[in-house]
Ligand binder design. Structure first.
Ligand SMILES: [Zn+2]
Length: 850
């Protein structure tokens, strides 16, 4: 067996081995014929434009842990993989490619362009899938789905038509988020907020037949061209006398037309409505129904005309008069200049506020009215809330529920049409738009299984067992899958949703290319091995919270896999070919077996409850600090070596199985080399269940020996003789009989692990010795040719110094002035220091017998 874990070679070979043996494949017949219970999980489909990033790593590692665990628990596991066509994102990529050739999509025309996207997809669309495979994930690749596959396409169109027939899809004029660059509508969730340093403009509107003005404040002065009212709060005494009067929009001498091409007036009314915030600006607000969400609602309420002032490229139109043809931000400059020249601007203030930006291209989003297709989400509100309230869908962690309910309580209809070419074309005569990408991914749990046909897959694996996803797509995706499954299958899409956090950098910042804080997963694999990265990640992923990524932990993961490799190698090298586990059990065997049971129970529970971090830590501590540090070390003292190694192999067999979901490659490779190998793959083995080892007494006895050894090591350290093995221990007759016997009986362990030559009993309190005393135990360590008394003098001096330091720190910590002034971190450090000194003082006092 190789000295080191050569991960690159092993990962490649083992993954091929799994694929060749069809170990990831799901067979619905096993469920339908009642041979196995189903466990099914849908992979959130990555975009075909995607490259693997830390988020995928986290998301897929968790899914893989579950898939591998339930397979070993004898479930029929379907892990359904696939990719998403990602409408806008993919279209952008191909458009950028075209731009390099000096062309736009219009040069090609729709059919050619879509062909071009397909060609791009064939070439690059599966890069992310191949990258994910390196992570070792065990999805059923023979079932790989794409949201534009023919059968999937048909399912999407079928769904649209059914919803349309029921009147749940409708076309309407609506204020939408529009990206003039991507030339498409964006859903609310596709708009990101960005805080900017902008300006607040105070515009003066002259009141008709009066010398008075009303002043309105706005961050988008160009929209005044589309104003059709001014609104004030009815409780605002400043404006009471103006209600019902009209203002004249400055500079506008041309005719304006509304959305339906009717001519409208440039003299607009001052209306009253409670929604107006008296504190904002001047308390009077301009109303532009065609370009603002709130104004759109007011406009509907009072039947105000809607005046579009620009086209969908963001260029001002006829309604802008001589500003026509200007780009919207250029127009803002020009309009402000003109208004200012004519004295229509009262003042301009610096103002920090949020703008909506396109999540694909970061262009500032324009709210604009447009004819769009909508899905009536309000219709689903009650039932979608109810299934979560009644725990038919369990959301972990709890806080996800609150966010979910809150979203439904403020639900707006969902604009499902997009003005792009790449996607599912809306199946209505004359329609050019395609459906929002999320409309098709909302059908993911059913359409991947062959719906609307009643397939075996659907019967066996739906509803799915659990969905693993980041909380950032709770609404984009999770809520909408719930809607579609309830509507079409009258059933929830999954019984559980586990929302994991985002992967952030060590400082808690979002990972991004521009910050350069986003590590390349493939490089991490090369450096730390896939298993090392998976384990490292699970060790730092707190349940349901964001992850603070640190490469240090990938190193921890790698060291851990090396440790496991070394344990395996030690066992193989010391194995004589005769495997006889659980015979001739000694105290250390019983000690470890007793704890193994506990570990088995908690790993089962931990994975089932999605407590991956806790479970990874448990495995780590047990394997490294109990099994390797103590058990393996202890059995080196055994005469009946083969029985000892057999027992160790038995524990190791269980450990490999328990670890397999977390670190699949190394556990498989070691399994293949071990005498306990019975199946083709460790994946075919049963996941361990508690054995019921009843060794509590032996466990406690060994724990006593362990603390005695630790005590001896510590005292040897204090006297700086830790490397000497010729130390004798004398046990005082006052020591409890049981403990005396334990030392006598298991002296081989103390001798080897404590570095002690011999032991005797004594009635005296021995001088010239180091004292070991704890819990009904008193012993003396004696070393020939060593002046303990002299060393004790040194330690007494040390004690004195430490006590002085201790007192001075304690005084400081009682000083209110210090506590008020000093930084928190310093106070914390001092407190820790105090505790450290206190322990040292106690220890010294004991061994010096003060
Ligand atoms: Zn955009």
């Amino acid at each position: 067996m190789e000295k080191t874990y050569n991960h690159r070679e092993i990962e490649e070979r083992i993954y091929k081995f799994w694929l060749e043996n069809d170990l990831f494949k799901a067979n619905p017949r096993n469920v339908l014929e009642n041979k196995k219970k189903p466990f099914s999980i849908m992979m959130p489909p990555p975009n075909i434009t995607g490259r693997i990033h830390m988020g995928h790593l986290l998301n897929n590692t968790i899914q893989d842990i579950l898939a591998r665990y339930y397979r070993m628990k004898n479930y029929e596991v379907l892990w359904q993989p696939g990719t998403d066509h990602a409408g806008i994102a993919t279209q952008n990529v191909v458009e950028r490619e075209l731009l390099k050739e000096g062309k736009t999509r219009y040069d090609l025309g729709r059919d050619e362009f879509v062909k071009r996207v397909w060609k791009w997809k064939e070439e690059y669309g599966n890069i992310i899938i191949n990258q994910l495979k390196r992570l070792g994930i065990s999805a059923d690749w023979s079932r790989l789905k794409f949201t534009m596959d023919e059968d999937y396409y048909n399912a999407v169109i079928y769904a649209f038509n059914e919803l349309y027939k029921k009147g749940l899809i409708y076309k309407g004029l609506y204020i939408i988020n529009w990206c003039p660059r991507c030339y498409t509508t964006l859903s609310n969730e596709e708009v990101e907020n960005k805080e900017i340093n902008g300006k607040l403009y105070y515009l003066k509107y002259p009141i008709l037949d009066s010398n008075e003005y009303v002043i309105v404040a706005t961050t988008r002065p160009e929209t005044y061209l589309g104003d059709t009212a001014v609104a004030v709060n009815p409780n605002d005494s400043r404006y009471k006398h103006l209600i019902g009067k009209k203002v004249k929009l400055p500079l506008i001498e041309w005719k304006r037309k509304d959305y339906y091409n009717n001519e409208i007036l440039n003299e607009i009314e001052i209306i009253e409505d409670e929604f107006v915030d008296m504190e904002f600006g001047t308390g009077a607000v301009k109303i532009t129904p065609a370009h603002d969400k709130d104004d759109f609602e007011i406009g509907k309420k009072y039947s105000l005309p809607m005046v579009l002032i620009m086209d969908y490229n963001g260029i001002l139109n006829e309604n802008a008069g001589y500003f026509k043809g200007l780009e919207r931000f250029k127009a803002r400059e020009e309009i402000v200049k003109k208004l200012s020249e004519h004295g229509y601007i009262e003042k301009i203030e610096n103002y920090r506020y949020n703008v909506g930006i396109c999540y694909r291209c970061e262009t500032i989003v324009e709210p604009i009215i447009s004819e769009q297709w909508f899905l009536n989400l309000k219709f689903f509100k009650d039932i979608a809330k109810k299934v979560v309230e009644e725990n038919r869908i369990e959301i972990i962690p709890e806080y996800g529920k609150k966010i979910y309910f809150n979203w439904w309580d403020n639900i707006k209809d969902w604009a499902i049409s997009r003005q792009i070419w790449w996607g599912h074309k809306i199946p209505i005569e004359g329609e050019e738009d395609v459906l929002d990408t999320w409309f098709s991914s909302a059908l993911w749990p059913i359409a991947t299984l062959g719906w609307p046909n009643e397939t075996d897959e659907l019967k066996a694996f739906f509803p799915t067992s659990i969905l693993i996803t980041g909380w950032d797509i709770l609404f984009f995706w999770v809520a909408r899958m719930i809607v579609m499954s309830l509507f079409f299958k009258n059933e929830v899409p999954f019984k559980k949703v586990y929302l994991h956090g985002l992967v952030r950098d060590e400082k808690g910042r979002k990972m991004s290319k521009s910050l350069g804080n986003s590590p390349e997963p493939l490089e991490l694999f090369d450096k730390y091995s896939v298993d090392g990265v998976r384990m490292g990640l699970m060790l730092i992923t707190p349940e349901g919270q964001d992850v603070r990524f640190s490469e240090k932990y990938m190193e921890v993961g790698r060291n851990y896999t090396n440790k496991i490799w070394n344990i395996g190698r030690f066992l193989i090298l010391n194995f004589d070919g005769n495997y006889q586990p659980l015979k001739q059990l000694q105290i250390e065997d019983k000690w470890i077996l007793y704890q193994l049971d506990d570990v088995i129970e908690n790993v089962n529970k931990g994975i089932e409850n999605c407590e991956f971090n806790k479970t990874a830590k448990l495995l780590y501590d047990f394997t490294w600090h109990k099994f390797a540090d103590w058990y393996i070390e202890t059995i080196k003292t055994r005469e009946d070596k083969n029985f000892a190694i057999s027992n160790a192999l038995f524990i190791f067999e269980n450990l490999l199985k328990l670890h397999h979901p977390f670190i699949p490659f190394i556990s498989e490779e070691l399994y293949q080399k071990m005498p306990f190998k019975k199946k083709i793959s460790i994946m075919n083995e049963k996941f361990p269940n508690k054995y019921g080892f009843d060794y509590k007494e032996e466990f406690e006895n060994y724990e006593f020996l362990r603390s005695l050894i630790e005590e001896i090591r510590e005292v040897k350290g204090i006297f700086k003789v830790q490397n000497r093995k010729d130390i004798k221990i004398y046990i005082h007759s006052e020591t409890e009989e049981k403990l005396k016997n334990l030392v006598k009986e298991h002296f081989r362990i103390i001798k080897f692990l404590g570095g002690i030559e011999s032991f005797s009993e004594t009635n005296e309190k021995l001088k010239n010795s180091a004292i070991i005393v704890f819990d009904k135990f008193l012993g003396f360590l004696i070393l020939e040719n060593y002046d303990f008394e002299k060393e004790k003098k040194r330690l007494e001096d040390e004690l004195e110094t430490i006590e002085k330091l201790y007192n001075s720190i304690r005084e400081k910590l009682n000083d209110n002035e210090f506590l008020n002034k000093a930084p928190k971190q310093i106070i914390e450090n001092q407190k820790n220091k105090l505790l450290e000194l206190e322990n040292r003082i106690k220890k010294l006092k004991i061994i010096l017998n003060v």
